[in-house]
Design a protein around this ligand. Structure first.
Ligand code: ZN
Ligand code: MN
Length: 257
C-alpha cells in the first residue's frame, strides 16, 4: 500500500499508527448539487477534498471520507433545489451525520479535527454537528477534542482576487459554478469540466432577501450564478496555492502548532 493521507486508503493498523502520532483529521463536507451544464454534480465534494488532501500532507494529517450530501441548495448561493440531480439533506440530518463522524473520530483517539465546508449552505448545520459531538464526547469523558471549522474559499489573498477580478470581485455567494470553482476544477479534475458548455446567461440579479418559494427568473436558467467563460487551470493554480498555504497556516495557528 502506498503512503496515503486519505483515511479510506489506510488499513486499520495504519490509521491507528497515524492517530498515535497525533494526526489532525480533516473532514470535508460537500454537496451533490448542480454546477451548471459544464461541470459535474460533485464539485463541492471534489474541491474541499483536494484542498484538505494537500493541507493534510503539509501539516501531518489524514482526510476522512467526505460527506457527499449537503444542506439544501439556496437560490442565491447554489441555484436552489429545483435542478435535476441536486439532492440535499435536512439540516437536522446533516448535523447528526457531522456529529456522528466527529464523535467517531474522537472515540478512536483523534483529538484535532478540521471541518472544511465545500458548500456554502453547510455552515450552520456543521456548527450544530460539531457542538453536539463535543457535548457527547465530553459526557463520554473525552474533554480534550479541538475542532476547527472553515470554508476554504475564505483563505485567499486580496491580491489574488484583484488579479482574478480586475473589475471587482462579485462575492463568494454568486461565485457558484463560476470563475473560481470552474478554474479550480480545471486544475484538479479537468475531466469533470466541459468548457464548450459554459453558459452566458449570468450573472444572477438577486435581491438582498430570500423568497420562498423562489420566483421564476430569480436565477439564470443554466444555474450558473456569475460568469465562468474566463476560467482557466492557471487561475485555479493561483487559487489553490493560496488556499493550501493559508489553510495550513490557519490550521497550525488554530491548534497552536
Ligand atoms: Zn459549488
Ligand atoms: Mn454548493
Amino acid at each position: 500500500m502506498k503512503d496515503s493521507v486519505m483515511m479510506a486508503e489506510l488499513s486499520w493498523p495504519e490509521f491507528a499508527g497515524k492517530v498515535k502520532e497525533g494526526a489532525i483529521a480533516f473532514l470535508p463536507i460537500g454537496a451533490t448539487e448542480q454546477h451548471g451544464p459544464h461541470m459535474g454534480l460533485g464539485v463541492d465534494v471534489v474541491l474541499p477534498t483536494a484542498i484538505c488532501e494537500r493541507v493534510a500532507r503539509a501539516v501531518g494529517g489524514i482526510v476522512a471520507p467526505a460527506i457527499p450530501y449537503g444542506y439544501k441548495s439556496q437560490p442565491r448561493s447554489g441555484g436552489g433545489e429545483g435542478f435535476p440531480g441536486t439532492i440535499s439533506l435536512d439540516a437536522n440530518t446533516l448535523s447528526l451525520v457531522v456529529r456522528d463522524v466527529v464523535r467517531g473520530l474522537g472515540t478512536h483517539g483523534i483529538r484535532r479535527v478540521v471541518v472544511c465546508c465545500g458548500h456554502f449552505e453547510n455552515v450552520w448545520a456543521a456548527i450544530e454537528g460539531i457542538d453536539l459531538a463535543l457535548r457527547e464526547l465530553k459526557r463520554d469523558g473525552i474533554a480534550d477534542m479541538t475542532v476547527l471549522r472553515l470554508e476554504y474559499w475564505d483563505f485567499v489573498r486580496r491580491e489574488t482576487l484583484d488579479r482574478l477580478f480586475p473589475e471587482g470581485f462579485p462575492g463568494t455567494e454568486l461565485e457558484h459554478a463560476s470563475l473560481l470553482e470552474t478554474s479550480l476544477m480545471l486544475l484538479v479534475r479537468p475531466d469533470m469540466v466541459d468548457m464548450s458548455k459554459v453558459p452566458s446567461d449570468g450573472p444572477a440579479r438577486v435581491p438582498l432577501y430570500d423568497r420562498y418559494p423562489a420566483p421564476a427568473g430569480f436565477i439564470p436558467p443554466s444555474g450558473v450564478l456569475a460568469r465562468a467563460e474566463r476560467a482557466s487551470a492557471e487561475q485555479g493554480q493561483w487559487l489553490i496555492d493560496d488556499h493550501v498555504e493559508l489553510v495550513a497556516k490557519g490550521v497550525r495557528e488554530g491548534f497552536g502548532l
